[in-house]
Design a protein around this ligand. Sequence first.
Ligand code: OSB
Ligand code: MG
Length: 373
Amino acid sequence: MLIVERIVLETIRMRLRQAFRISSGVQEERRIVLVRLEAASATGVGECVAGEEPNYSYETVDTARWMLERHLCPAILGLEFPGPRELAHALTRALRGHPMARAALEMAAWHLDAEQRGVPLATALGGEKDRVEVGVSIGIQSSIEELLAEIGRYVEQGYRRVKLKISPGHDIEAVRHAREAYPELALQVDANAAYTRADIDHLRRLDAFGLLMIEQPFAEDDLVSHARLQALTETPVCLDESVASAADCETALALGAAGVVNIKPGRVGGFTEAVRIHDLCADAGIPVWCGGMLETGIGRAHNVALASLPNFRYPADLSASDRYWDRDVIEPPFTLEPDGTLLVPRRGGLGVDIDERFLDALREDHMTVESTA
Ligand code: OSB
Ligand code: MG
């Protein structure tokens, strides 16, 4: 049973070790909203994946924070829910859209529930694996030399799958060089919606490089173009931005717009919807994998737990803590195993400790939302 007595909304600021450039913008630093749900005997924490600018999605750090304070926290405070799925349902009723804001609270509720019951979060979600295969997502680089150096650095560290961000002008040649330098590497690309239907023939040239998939080439609302490309290309087309719910996913599969689906719980409103999408794809014979949004160790622990479900069949965009941060906010940080995996924490709840002292130093502001009832 879940009864949240107090919610603390806080914003932390953390500098990425390296700027991360995608087709729609660049991030050097992250401002991150954390949602702390306090019940009588335990606390659950959720991390909001919204970025500073509305480029990947219409949501931003500030819109998410506002929706949480004004609409989402009041919808659950002091109420009794049998479990996190019922709480998720109350959040869906509380407002349209804003899945990233909703997810931060919803994932905190799953975390809280797992803590209360002393069950590992992965087990609570239906996870089965004890380790998850991971890769690294490399931002757009200013030259081919730099790109090859970046790939080399991560291959050296033991990553076995690399995702390259592409955009018009930074695509075929970059992939050709990467493939020539690393003939055996599992490679895939992500366009973050940078192309249009007119580019279909251009994108078909990627078939020559044996990619695992091409992720989100077209606009998020343009499922028809994704379906056209999928009909004309050997390379599986993967959807990311286009899938904000299980209903979106169902539509995409009905259209033949996806051969693979990237699931980010933070993008789809939380774990309840993420598991639905996982199950829907499993029934349709479509593999899924777990994406990332440059999370701290808290969001990473959540994602690793989800990626332990059985239909997560491609390596995740969940790299070790040191790929993102000089110092992570959890103890121990995530490290890459020699077999290219991250271990799924076995302990009850989140399975890693949150470094509260360090969070104190990163915090820009915080507020408490309490039940008015
Ligand atoms: O499209 O998958 C994406 C980061 C920010 C915004 C969008 C994306 C990404 C990533 C990062 O690819 C993956 C990671 O967290 O390592
Ligand atoms: Mg993506």
